[in-house]
Design a protein around this ligand. Structure first.
Ligand SMILES: NC(=O)c1ccc[n+]([C@@H]2O[C@H](COP(=O)([O-])OP(=O)(O)OC[C@H]3O[C@@H](n4cnc5c(N)ncnc54)[C@H](OP(=O)(O)O)[C@@H]3O)[C@@H](O)[C@H]2O)c1
Length: 286
């Protein structure tokens, strides 16, 4: 395998960390894009401890601030002019409503919108490494979600799983729309459900409920990471784009996530919010 450079958002814990560890074991150079310097250093040290030859770099990324996303993208483009794979992994599930620095509901802002901006700003580095790949962490929870612009700056009442479902549906729709708009010989874009995974994402669930009802159904981060790693590196996914997978293979998604009118509308509205030019739609590219 040729030496690949892979950037992972939120690579310091859970699925992202295990993904980073497995990627380095397969010879990839990994960039962990994390918001917490101490946690990022600890993740790097843990990977290097297991594998001293592992190539791991850190960049500071707080997806809760669009300014910070822009700054990080600039640093990344400068330090890493070629990125073979971008894994959009970071996510939050706050049980009480929170807001990003730009005033977006936190799950919509962090899980989805900031990743659209980050991806778009990193396209030069991805295209320079063509054929490159974008891997988006969606979830089976996307089935719970509805795209509702009225909730993007807050929902009243705040229903955590409705907000999470919307953010994961939006991840999947963006993944599909990016796949539609970019030549797959340059960059492919796929989404995945990693399984129900025993990670810190459940930290807000009351312990008795988590331990008795949820934990027994979960898989390990190590098992979960196999899918993003495969989508990032395996030859079988070369040229495959705008698809959605789980551990069993191609997975069923909400029909709306595959409907070009819907995915294009969400993408273009998102670009307006982000003040960026949308990539040309397939019919515009001739
Ligand atoms: N666990 C599951 O069952 C499951 C199921 C389906 C999909 N997923 C998806 O898998 C992805 C990874 O989740 P996980 O289960 O591994 O959870 P996790 O262990 O809580 O990891 C989430 C990561 O995202 C980072 N993050 C959160 N807010 C951020 C921000 N503002 N800027 C930058 N990074 C930020 C966290 O950093 P900190 O450590 O600093 O908080 C952490 O590294 C998420 O997209 C999630 O929706 C998970």
């Amino acid at each position: 395998m040729a030496h690949k450079t892979v950037l992972i958002t939120g690579g310091n814990s859970g699925i992202g960390f295990e993904t980073a560890r497995q990627l380095t074991a397969r010879g990839a150079a990994v960039i962990l894009a994390c918001r917490d310097e101490t946690k990022a250093q600890a993740a790097l040290a843990s990977i290097k401890n297991d594998m001293p030859s592992a190539e791991v770099s850190l960049v500071s990324l707080d997806l809760g601030s669009l300014d910070h996303v822009r700054q990080c993208a600039e640093v990344v483009r400068d330090r890493f002019p070629r990125i073979d794979v971008l894994i959009n992994n970071a996510g939050v599930v706050p049980t009480r409503q929170q807001f990003t620095q730009d005033g977006f509901e936190m799950q919509f802002g962090v899980n989805y919108l900031a990743h659209v901006l980050f991806t778009q700003l990193l396209l030069p580095s991805l295209e320079a490494a063509a054929p490159a790949r974008v891997v988006n962490l969606s979830s089976v929870a996307h089935w719970l979600g509805h795209i509702n612009p009225k909730t993007w700056r807050g929902r009243f009442p705040y229903l955590v799983m409705d907000a999470y479902g919307q953010s994961k549906l939006a991840n999947l729709m963006f993944s599909n729309e990016l796949g539609r708009r970019i030549n797959p010989h340059k960059v492919t874009s796929n989404a995945l459900h990693p399984g129900g995974v025993d990670t810190g994402i459940f930290r807000h669930v009351p312990k008795p409920l988590f331990n008795t009802l949820i934990k027994p159904t979960l898989i390990s981060p190590k098992k979960a990471a196999e899918l993003p790693v495969a989508l990032a590196l395996d030859e079988q996914y070369a040229g495959v784009t705008a698809r959605y997978f789980d551990h069993a293979g191609p997975a069923r998604s909400r029909p709306v996530a595959r409907r070009p009118v819907a995915t294009a509308r969400l993408y273009e509205r998102s670009c307006e919010l982000l003040h960026i030019d949308p990539l040309p739609a397939p019919e515009d590219t001739g």
